[in-house]
Design a binder for this molecule. Structure first.
Ligand SMILES: NC(=O)c1ccc[n+]([C@@H]2O[C@H](COP(=O)([O-])OP(=O)(O)OC[C@H]3O[C@@H](n4cnc5c(N)ncnc54)[C@H](O)[C@@H]3O)[C@@H](O)[C@H]2O)c1
Length: 350
């Protein structure tokens, strides 16, 4: 095997464990540096994951110059993502970063331009694409098990008490969580967003300062209507973190509970008030070798080594981010938002 890829991981907080667990199992990558604004977090991560050879520090730019890594893994907070990505790309590193890619569309475009200029990969963790059950559900949709898809619904209800940055973040549900679901909707439907109408609110008794609940309706590029409803302030009867999905086509309907269960029914005759139906089985699909964060990280490493672009390359992921910022703009201005203007030079539907 070629020599190991040398990586710096920035942001040694809660999510970094979901990265370091698989990274330690991949034998073609090595963590050579850990950076955090709080050096004690970097030191604790070094000890916990037994990264004996990793330097620790609180200054990414200085460490980039000193270690000249092949890769930077960005696990910092959303506001820091663009700054971390552009600094790393300008030093010649490929970057894989946490979602959301950026807190605004101008910042996202800045990061895409930096990746283009550097000729490096900047990809985003959308771990909810890399699960056996979404692969199976997507295959059922694209195989036409329910006919031609025209409607896609996703429900997300989890009363999550995180503490920390989320409780004071503006548009917290849409920006920090719904990015996953919006990206999943693009993945399942194979379509890109054209327009959105969104209503956002903070329910009475919410422990968030802003926007813990939202409903959004998207018009997608080949006519699918995607309806999202979610809340981080709904206790009891929780959905899965992957959402509860309904896909409706012109020949039937399918449900995925976001866990193991995928079921579908289609009419066997058009008669009576409600047509008699038959159930259908989910299709055979190829299981993934790596799930969740491990799947995104493995694909990124393979593209760095062998060429090609990961599914979640910034040039694609910015379309999922446009759904987020379009929904936020719609909620703020209480009107339907055209995403082609928001996404600017993006080619929707490509
Ligand atoms: N993909 C997922 O399923 C998933 C799940 C949870 C969190 N996340 C994302 O991961 C990111 C981090 O979330 P978290 O829950 O780990 O937050 P956290 O607050 O637990 O950790 C963030 C860490 O980054 C450090 N940090 C912040 N800004 C920095 C900077 N500019 N330079 C260096 N270090 C910096 C903080 O000191 C802290 O140690 C967020 O973008 C969040 O949305 C993703």
């Amino acid at each position: 095997m070629d020599k190991k890829l040398r990586a710096i991981l920035v942001g040694c907080g809660g999510i970094s464990g979901a990265w370091l667990t698989p990274i330690r199992q991949f034998d073609d990558v090595e963590i050579v540096g850990l950076v955090d604004l709080k050096p004690e977090n970097a030191a604790a991560t070094k000890a916990r994951f037994e990264l004996d050879r990793a330097e620790i520090g609180d200054d990414l730019t200085a460490m980039l110059k000193r270690l000249a890594p092949d890769l930077v893994f960005d696990c910092t907070l959303p506001e820091a993502h663009t700054k971390v990505a552009t600094a790393a790309l300008s030093c010649g590193a490929h970057v894989l970063g946490e979602k959301p890619m950026a807190v605004s569309m101008p910042e996202a475009r800045q990061a895409v331009a930096a990746a283009e200029k550097a000729g490096k990969i900047y990809a985003v963790i959308q771990n909810r694409r890399y699960m056996d059950n979404i692969v199976a559900f997507r295959k059922a949709v694209t195989d036409g098990c329910a006919g031609r898809l025209h409607t896609l619904n996703a429900d997300f209800f989890i009363g999550a008490h995180f503490g920390g940055f989320r409780e004071v973040m503006r548009h917290v549900l849409i920006l920090d969580m719904a990015i996953h679901t919006f990206d999943q909707a693009r993945h399942i439907s194979g379509q890109d967003p054209l327009a959105v109408y969104c209503h956002e609110w903070n329910p009475p008794g919410s422990w968030y300062e802003h926007g813990a609940s939202a409903i959004a309706i998207f018009e997608m590029s080949e006519g699918v209507i995607f309806r999202y409803q979610g809340s981080w302030c709904a206790e009891g009867m929780n959905t899965s973190w992957e959402c509860q999905w309904r896909a409706i086509g012109d020949q039937g309907s399918m449900l995925w509970d976001g866990r193991e269960t995928i079921v579908g029914e289609r009419p066997i005759a058009r008669q009576n008030l409600v047509s008699p139906v038959e159930s259908f089985q989910r299709p055979i699909y190829t299981h993934l070798n790596h799930q969740g964060h491990a799947g995104v990280i493995r694909e990124f490493l393979d593209c760095v080594r062998n060429g090609g672009r990961p599914q979640t390359d910034c040039r694609d992921n910015i379309k999922s981010l446009a759904m987020v910022h379009g929904a936020i703009k719609s909620a703020e201005q209480r009107r339907k938002v055209d995403l082609s203007s928001l996404a600017d030079d993006l080619v929707c539907g490509s």
